[in-house]
Structure formats: structure tokens, C-alpha cells
Ligand binder design. Structure first.
Ligand code: 7TS
Length: 425
């Protein structure tokens, strides 16, 4: 099976890629912030699931834009405006290539995953969802793939259904045949869980949804910077992600929508940029993607995101995936052996993170303790309150990784956690 297909399927064999030929230590030097200290200790940044760090190439792209190209887009006839417009539209092309979209017109720039999902719930949902319709979700969704659907359901009388999660952190897929009935109009689910690390079989789920006539929305916030994604191989109708979790700036994200679906949708926000002509009582609108980008967009953000894509592709997503997987498997193995520690998520393949709880301390106390030693993790519910409830905990401590992290940093984390266990008990 080719790598890209493997990345889309449940069958996640870790392909033997010569990661040893990549010099990860040199790659690390591309990230100036990793030289910072916290409380006098070298920083160990294990919070990339919240936001990744930024390589110099992205920082330079932002600086270059503001120093040489800054102007508004799509409106001025002067030199800088042409430069800015060209750079912004090139960024759209770059994103389309990166996720295998058929056309740049399928790429809408948003503020991030949250805004992308809200756009679908508001624009698509308002037109196509009626009382009695069903939106199918899973119990492992981030609040941003939950709350917009709750709001839509309240407004329209639609119902929400949920695919349950097994004890091992995978979805109860055997329930799908009874959940995916013809009333289901949309199945929205995450590619990789931000608390469990579970990698869902996206292509299979999309195929099953299509069989009952439901559209699909994939929340790719935790996957798009870590492994190859091709929306046509996945067969999804929408895909949402954020730039800041994949080496890009904050405040920029993407909604991919299949052209036919976008063309069927009314606008969401109204304003400049999305119109062809405006009279006092009525307006005529542009087509997608501009229809969904009212107002001045995050121009620098889009250009920074394109630089992040170039940077990630210069390393290669298969290599990144393998490196991340090695880190998370190693961390899971070592954490399992820590006395009084429970880890969450699947045993075999997992995304670049491990969530755990230690009997000795509450996740907030543990995370605060770790920070004293320069170790940045996240403690809490990770915007997954229903999932935490499912596992009978109020929160977890989460160590999340990216290709700039090392095995030595995980060894240091384990030492710090031993010290925490001694301190708290
Ligand atoms: N979906 C998933 C799976 C996520 O992990 C996140 C952010 C979002 C959606 C929302 O992304 P945003 O960029 O629009 O905020 N997750 C996390 C996290 O796990 N810790 O901090 C943010």
C-alpha cells in the first residue's frame, strides 16, 4: 500500500523510512525558542498538541511580508497590493497541494479549526439541517467539534448522536451500522484525538457515511502537520485545521470543502471582499472561496502557513510521522512502568501524544511541578470534558511531541515524574 493511502486508512504500519539519515538535532536548531530556559532549566516543550513552535523560516516569512509586501489584498492596483494578493493566493495554492484538494477554490482561510467548523455549522447547517435530522459525532470530539453542533441542534430541532469510545481509546466501530441511519446528514469526527492519541480510520468512516448519503467533516487539527493527508483519498466533504499546530502562525486556519458542496452553501458572514455588487437592499455574491472570506483576511498568517508547509515538506511528513510515533510509543512504554500511573489511549499506534494520570498528584499540580524543572506539559480536560467523564477522570496530564523533541527529553520527563511522585507522597 502506498504511504499516502496507508496514512488515510486504519492500517497504520510504521513504514521503515530512513529517519536516521535525517539529522533531527540540526532540525531542532531551526527553532530559536527551543534554546529558552524555564526556571533556570533547559526548556522541554511537550505541549505541541496545544500549539507547535515556529521555525525560523516561518518567522522570516512573516517579517519579509511586513517589510516588503504588506498591503491589503484583492482591491488595490498598486505594486504592494499586487505582491500581497499574489502571495496570499499562492498560499491558497500551496495549501491545496498539501492536502490534495482538486482546486485552490476548495480552500477557505479561517482563523483556525474552531472557526472552520463553525462556518460549516452556520452556513451549511442553516440551509440543509431540519428538525429530525441527525448529526453524528463521537465521544472523543474536542469541544470545537461539539458545541457548534449543539447550537445548530438547538436552533433547528436536529438531534445529535455519538459513536462511543472503548476502554482502549478506540471508537466502537461495530455500532456504526445502527448509528449511521438515513436521518444522518453529517458525520463529523476527529482524525487524531487530542487527549487519547487515537488515530481514526478516516477513509473507512467517510465511505460508510457516504453509503447512507451523509456528508463528512474531518477535524484534522492534530493530524495535518504530522502525517500525509490527501482529501481525495480520504473521501471527506470537509476538512478543518489550524496553522498554529503545524509550525504556522496563530490566527490562521483552513476549511477545505468539496467544490460541489461549497457551491451549494449560502454565505456565513457578510461584508467586503465577498460581494460582486451591493445595492442598498440586496447584494450579489462572489463564489467560493471568496464568498466565505468576508473582510480583510489574515494575509500574513496565510503566507506564514505556506512557509510552514514548505518547511514541513522539506523534512517530509512520513519521516515526521515515524519520528513522532517513536517518541510517543517510547513515552507510553516508560510511563506504563511508573508506579501508580494510568495512561490513556490505544496500545499500538497512537498520534504524537500520551495522556496519563498519577495517583500521587492532580494533573494541575503535576504540571506545575514539572514546569519548575523546565518541562512544559498540559494538565486538565483538554477541551474534552465528555471524554474525561467517559474515563471517570476530571482531567489528565498530557505530554505531546513534535519532530523537534528527542528521546533524551522523554527520559528527563520520567526522572521529573519520579521526583514528583516522591514530592507529592
Ligand atoms: N480539534 C482538535 C482535535 C484540537 O486538538 C483542537 C485544539 C481544536 C479542534 C481547536 O483548534 P483551534 O486552533 O481552533 O483552537 N486543541 C488543543 C489542545 O489539545 N490543547 O490546546 C488546544
Amino acid at each position: 500500500m502506498n504511504w499516502r493511502v496507508a496514512a488515510c486508512r486504519a492500517d497504520y504500519r510504521v513504514h521503515k523510512i530512513a529517519t536516521s539519515t535525517l539529522d533531527w538535532k540540526t532540525t531542532r536548531e531551526d527553532f530559536p525558542i527551543l534554546r529558552e530556559k524555564a526556571h533556570g532549566h533547559p526548556l522541554i516543550y511537550f505541549d505541541s498538541a496545544a500549539t507547535s513552535q515556529k521555525p525560523r523560516a516561518v518567522i522570516e516569512a512573516l517579517r519579509n511580508f511586513y517589510e516588503h509586501e504588506n498591503a491589503n489584498v484583492h482591491r488595490g492596483l498598486h505594486t504592494l497590493s499586487s505582491r500581497a494578493t499574489e502571495a496570499y493566493e499562492n498560499a491558497r495554492h500551496r495549501v491545496a497541494e498539501y492536502i490534495g484538494a482538486a482546486s485552490p477554490n476548495e480552500i477557505i482561510f479561517t482563523r483556525g479549526t474552531t472557526e472552520s467548523i463553525n462556518l460549516v455549522a452556520e452556513a451549511w447547517g442553516r440551509k440543509f439541517i431540519r428538525e429530525g435530522d441527525v448529526i453524528l459525532l463521537t465521544v472523543m470530539e474536542h469541544h470545537s467539534n461539539l458545541v457548534p453542533w449543539q447550537l445548530l441542534a438547538e436552533r433547528t430541532g436536529a438531534r445529535l448522536r455519538f459513536v462511543p469510545v472503548r476502554d482502549d481509546g478506540t471508537l466502537e466501530l461495530e455500532q456504526l451500522s445502527s448509528l449511521l441511519t438515513p436521518e444522518v446528514k453529517l458525520f463529523a469526527f476527529t482524525h487524531i484525538s487530542n487527549s487519547l492519541g487515537t488515530i481514526n480510520p478516516v477513509a473507512d468512516l467517510c465511505e460508510k457515511a457516504r453509503a447512507v448519503g451523509a456528508l463528512t467533516l474531518v477535524d484534522a487539527a492534530q493530524s495535518v502537520g504530522h502525517l500525509p493527508i490527501d482529501v481525495r483519498e480520504l473521501g471527506c466533504d470537509f476538512l478543518a485545521f489550524s496553522g498554529h499546530k503545524m509550525c504556522g502562525p496563530t490566527g490562521i486556519g483552513v476549511l477545505f470543502g468539496r467544490a460541489k458542496v461549497l457551491d451549494s452553501m449560502p454565505p456565513w458572514q457578510g461584508g467586503g471582499e465577498m460581494i460582486v455588487s451591493v445595492a442598498l437592499e440586496k447584494s450579489a455574491f462572489k463564489k467560493a472561496p471568496h464568498l466565505f472570506e468576508a473582510g480583510t483576511p489574515n494575509i500574513a498568517g496565510a503566507i506564514g502557513l505556506a512557509a510552514a508547509i514548505d518547511y514541513i515538506e522539506s523534512i517530509g511528513r512520513p519521516a515526521i510521522f515515524e519520528h513522532d510515533s517513536q517518541l510517543s510509543r517510547y513515552a507510553a512504554e516508560r510511563l506504563k512502568k511508573l508506579p501508580g500511573t494510568r495512561i490513556f489511549g490505544p496500545n499500538k499506534e497512537r498520534g504524537a501524544l500520551v495522556g496519563f494520570v498519577m495517583d500521587a498528584a492532580h494533573p494541575h499540580d503535576l504540571t506545575t511541578f514539572a514546569d519548575q524543572y523546565g518541562l512544559a506539559m498540559r494538565g486538565g480536560h483538554h477541551c474534552n470534558q465528555p471524554l474525561m467523564r467517559r474515563f471517570g477522570v476530571s482531567g489528565t496530564t498530557r505530554a505531546s511531541f513534535y519532530f523537534y523533541n528527542t528521546i533524551e527529553e522523554i527520559d528527563r520527563m520520567i526522572e521529573i515524574l519520579h521526583a514528583a511522585a516522591r514530592f507529592f507522597s
